[in-house]
Design a protein around this ligand. Structure first.
Ligand SMILES: *Cc1c(COP(=O)(O)O)cnc(C)c1O
Length: 358
């Protein structure tokens, strides 16, 4: 079965085999060597300076990393503005509610771009006692495949001395992220999307200066504590050891294949092949290609065809596609180009879609 859903992804044999390494106690030096290698290689994916940044590993899915970032890096006296145009942006606001983090929301339609004019106005109009210290945004909103304008959000934050927290769960490893942006405080991401590892381990790339001022609202997800212990070759809890094996092997493979820009190019070619092929079958994109990521695209369901019919026809041929979320489940479907996929796979997918339409 080939997975065209946005993670977990189809694995390479190399990564799959890495799961079968020796049993390992997480209190032994061999585990801490693995943890160190994962943390170093995560920073290397974007040539991030280890003196300024730390890669903090978390056992849990991508949401655990986002929750840990938001719950820890907005200080007790901080105030967060969330910028939302989909499920994952809205999730950040839900996390704030659970932890009672002072926040306000700027919401846009799920199919639209972020409303950055309102973001600027809200940052500027906050009264002195209620100034925003942080902005949180999703880099690639997987709800629709839209690549949000992170550089522009960073600019708005930099001009105002506000820190930016980014959900990069479905972009880290493939899309450009400027870690030189002085406003960028942290990026949350996961092993099992663009990095091609298995589910179970996620991470936050955080500025050391932000970690030093972190709040301690969460217990398991206390990012400051996780960072301190990992820096000391330690861990507070039992990590998903086998998922660490796979992450390290996936990161070695990532480097061997040419790193971030090679992965971006490969996804871009597959995404364009799928877009052009589906367009030829009369199936259009929901977000214009130039505003989309290379990681995932959403497409309009052909008139008269329910998602389930298309899904089942493709699954019978070995492909798993992905439904829209909420209201969008009736109008769109999604195809991700992450994971171990080739151009021949996309050709075969297109043939199967054509067959399903007939
Ligand atoms: C996948 C994803 C998440 C996390 O989802 P999990 O199911 O917890 O892995 C968060 N944000 C974005 C943008 C995502 O695509």
């Amino acid at each position: 079965m080939l997975l065209l859903n946005p993670g977990p992804v189809s694995l390479t044999e190399r990564v799959r085999r890495s799961l079968l390494q020796p049993d390992l106690c997480h209190r032994e030096s061999e585990f801490f060597d693995l943890q160190d290698e994962a943390r170093e290689r995560l920073l290397a994916t974007y040539a991030i300076d280890p003196a300024e940044w730390s890669a903090v590993l978390i056992t849990g899915s991508g949401t655990a990393a986002v929750e840990s970032m938001v719950a820890s890096l907005v200080p007790d006296a901080g105030r967060l503005l969330t910028v939302e145009n989909g499920v994952y942006g809205e999730r950040i606001a839900q996390i704030c509610e659970r932890y009672r983090i002072a926040h306000e929301r700027v919401r846009s339609a799920w199919t639209g771009a972020l409303d950055l004019e309102t973001v600027a106005a809200r940052l500027d109009s906050a009264p002195p006692g209620a100034r925003f210290t942080h902005v949180a945004a999703v880099h690639h909103e997987t709800t629709t495949g839209r690549l949000n304008d992170l550089p522009r959000i960073g600019e708005l934050c930099r001009e105002r001395g506000v820190s930016l927290l980014a959900d990069g769960v479905s972009s880290f490893g493939a899309e450009a992220i400027d870690f030189g942006d002085a406003s960028l405080s942290a990026v949350a991401a996961t092993a099992n999307k663009c990095l091609h590892g298995v589910p179970g381990v996620s991470f936050v790339i955080a500025r050391r200066s932000a970690l030093a001022q972190a709040a301690s609202r969460a217990y398991y997800l206390d990012l400051g504590r996780l960072a301190r212990l990992q820096d000391a070759r330690d861990t507070p809890f039992t990590p998903a050891v086998q998922a660490y094996y796979a992450l390290v092997e996936a990161l070695r493979e990532f480097a061997d294949e040419g790193g971030r820009s090679a992965r971006h190019q490969r996804y871009a070619a597959l995404a364009e092949q799928a877009r052009a092929g589906l367009a030829a079958l009369g199936i259009g994109t929901v977000v214009p290609p130039e505003q989309s990521s290379v990681v995932l695209r959403s497409y309009r369901l052909p008139p008269g065809m329910a998602y389930a019919a298309l899904h089942d026809a493709l699954k019978a041929n070995g492909f798993v596609i992905y439904a829209g979320q909420g209201e969008l489940s009736r109008t769109l479907f999604r195809i991700s180009t992450m994971g171990h996929l080739t151009s021949a796979d996309i050709d075969r997918l297109l043939e199967c879609v054509a067959q399903a339409l007939r």
